[in-house]
Design a protein around this ligand. Structure first.
Ligand code: IPD
Ligand code: CA
Ligand code: CA
Length: 270
């Protein structure tokens, strides 16, 4: 099994780096076009092209595996999670708004789960030349450097990241949470890539992150944060739509010492 995991991880890293090259090329040559999903969610032709590249490469190499991918199979039948078939969870560009606006905070996110376990995660930031990765039980790394969460213990010293949904009608309770965090913590960041927010908690650049996100935003980054020593949990009532390993409905990730205090801030029902 471990041999399989190592092979899958090496494959995922190669995929992420090649996908990152496609992203850099598209931006340098300005060859992408913008569109909107569900009328309000930005998607570019590069999101679709990178998704297609990653998914077809996985299908070619591992035809028996399944894929849950933001752009081409967001409603994949999750029976694969239950029967133990490996499931790849893909966000071809996490940080599409950053990508389209010429920012550098952009990532390719590739996670793999088997049953209820997150097995591996690769989050590659092509403009920053940083590849974050983890394998279950083996620690988390940025390029070749081992990652460890910060030692933050108090809310007053905590730098906390979050994000906002494309759907503006969902905003009022989120703004309420942001206000509570702003009043009690050092500051807030909205960097525009959930996958990188999770990796930055792993790297100790952020002390915590909270947001309600989809499986493709968090499958890889959650394992990377966990393997670097972060505490992970949920602050919203659950709908039960997604299996636990890829569920980001009200995701709170922080240093172990901050977790309970932050949960009390962002769980408005407490
Ligand atoms: C978005 C980013 C953003 C987060 C949003 C996500 P996308 O993903 O991760 O930081 O706040 O919730 O939807 O659309 O760039 O893949
Ligand atoms: Ca995303
Ligand atoms: Ca995306």
């Amino acid at each position: 099994m471990l041999n399989d995991y190592a092979e899958w991880l090496a494959f995922a890293k190669k995929l992420a780096v090649t996908a990152g090259d496609l992203i850099i090329d598209a931006r340098q040559s300005s060859t992408f076009v913008r569109d909107y999903k569900a009328d309000h969610e930005l998607v570019t032709s590069t999101d679709l092209a990178v998704d297609q590249y990653i998914c077809s490469s996985i299908t070619e190499r591992y035809p028996e595996h399944r894929i849950l991918s933001e752009e081409s199979s967001p409603a994949m039948d999750l029976g694969g999670i239950v029967d133990g078939t490996p499931v790849w969870v893909i966000d071809p560009i996490d940080g599409t708004v950053n990508f389209a606006h010429g920012h550098f905070h952009v990532a390719v996110s590739i996670g793999l789960v088997v049953g209820q376990e997150r097995i591996l995660g690769v989050v590659y930031a092509p403009f920053l030349n940083e590849c974050f990765w983890a394998m279950k039980g083996e620690g988390a790394y940025c390029n070749n450097k081992k990652l460890l969460v910060s030692g933050a213990k108090t809310l007053r010293s905590a730098l906390v990241a979050t994000g906002f949904p494309y759907q503006k009608t969902d905003l009022p309770p989120i703004v309420d949470r942001v206000s509570r965090v702003l009043q009690n913590c050092q500051d807030i960041r909205r960097n525009g890539s959930a996958a990188l927010d999770l990796c930055w908690v792993a790297a100790g650049r952020l002390d915590a992150y909270f947001e309600s996100v989809k499986p493709w935003d968090m499958a890889a980054g959650a394992l990377i944060a966990e393997e670097a020593g972060a505490t992970l949990g949920l602050y919203l009532p659950q709908t039960g739509v997604w299996p636990d390993a890829i569920n980001g409905e009200g995701l709170l990730v922080s240093t172990p010492d901050l977790y309970q205090d932050l949960l009390a801030l962002v769980d408005v029902s407490l």
